[in-house]
Write a protein that binds this ligand. Structure first.
Ligand code: SF4
Length: 368
């Protein structure tokens, strides 16, 4: 109004102490690289993936992995373009159910379900059919297109085989969801029976590279895991083969794992970040830094351009506010709801994130 003087705004500067987690042990010092060199490496990757449409070699991936932090946004942007070009815009949503938790005889150092460590996770028996069906229906109502039954076992015994083979057609018939199973190491005959019994996708994670694996598991070998993955492919099931980042492996070992995954050619790769579980040998490890996690999401997409790259365990504790950035750095699938032994955020929050990002949910968009 004329004659009125505007009030002078008072500015206060507050210095907040921001938690500085420093460099985790999974975050190495990287060499100085000139901008010209960084741009050339990214340009080569773009030509290879978007024009030649071949896979990057592990040497090309290693050259990208050493780009300095300020190039992570460029890596992420390229990874997003590669995801759109190779996989399309849809995001696949999956729910998982731990049908038998804890009490596993194996000694995977990252896992709170091992009976060898004193963790808060207590062994539970196989859930009954009604509980599994109820969870599958809930998952479908949350917008998922896939449901995965997970058991903490070295491999399925005959009783477990029979239970799973009863449940799979029941769940598919009742909900229409594709059913995936994760039940450890398989024999040739078990893989054949699962395939014939309607298991759409079988999950068996390599977790880490062949050279690092003996540091974190001693009760079975990396090669045994690889054999099960090969049997899944041989019998015609889709292979879901995940990775766990942040156990102390080096950049070179992550690249080695990418090369090993390229050879296995899985349909899906769940990307887990270590969420250190109390009581396990890795309970005091430091989570991967958020920016480093974005770098590796992008590198996994650039190394595995056509896979379903799924956000799996540890994303909340690792990425915090950067979870939506992961979706534009190469991720194209989510596990909604809770993980096997840790809580995830609500399916509604994830579906809101996808809606904010204008990313359509594949297969079941109609029911959202
Ligand atoms: S990762 Fe699997 S095999 Fe290893 S201890 Fe956990 S449940 Fe058992």
């Amino acid at each position: 109004m004329p004659g009125e003087t505007a009030a002078t705004p008072i500015r206060t500067t507050v210095t907040l102490s921001v938690p500085n987690r420093g460099r985790g042990r999974s975050e190495p010092e990287r060499p100085e690289i000139e901008s010209k060199t960084a741009r050339a490496r990214l340009g080569t990757a773009e030509t290879v993936l978007l024009e030649e449409r071949r896979l990057l070699t592990t040497a090309e991936l290693a050259a990208l992995a050493e780009l300095p932090d300020q190039w992570v946004t460029s890596l992420a942007a390229l990874a997003h373009q590669v995801r759109l070009a190779w996989c399309g815009p849809e995001v696949e949503v999956e729910g998982i159910l731990s049908a038998k938790t804890g009490g596993c005889p194996e000694d995977c150092h990252f896992c709170s379900q091992s009976s060898r460590f004193d963790t808060p996770v207590k062994a539970t028996p196989f859930l009954d059919a009604d509980e599994v069906l109820a969870a599958a229906e809930e998952t479908r109502a949350a917008g998922a297109s896939e449901f995965c039954i997970v058991l903490a076992v070295r491999g399925p015994d005959e009783r477990t085989m029979v239970r799973i083979l009863e449940l799979v057609p029941m769940i598919h018939g009742r909900t229409g969801l594709n059913v995936a199973v994760s039940a450890g190491l398989l024999t040739d005959d078990q893989a054949r029976r699962f395939a014939e019994g309607g298991v759409h996708r079988y999950n068996h994670n390599l977790e880490t590279s062949r050279s690092f694996f003996p540091n974190v598991v001693t009760t079975h070998t990396w090669e045994e895991r690889q054999d099960t993955c090969l049997l899944v492919r041989t019998h015609g099931m889709e292979l879901c083969c995940g990775a766990l980042i942040g156990m102390g492996e080096t950049d070179a070992q992550r690249i080695e794992l990418l090369g090993q995954l390229q050879e296995l050619d899985p349909t899906e790769v769940p990307l887990n970040f270590l969420n250190p579980r109390p009581g396990t040998p890795l309970g005091d490890a430091q989570p991967v830094a958020a920016w480093e996690a974005i770098r590796w999401i992008a590198l996994f997409r650039l190394g595995l351009p056509g896979v379903i790259l799924r956000y799996a365990g540890g994303r909340e504790v690792t990425l915090r506010e950067l979870q939506s950035m992961g979706m534009t750095s190469g991720i194209n699938a989510l596990i909604v709801g809770n993980y096997l032994t840790t809580l995830g955020r609500s399916p509604e929050e994830d579906l809101q994130m996808l809606s904010d990002l204008r990313m359509p949910v594949g297969a079941l968009t109609g029911i959202l």
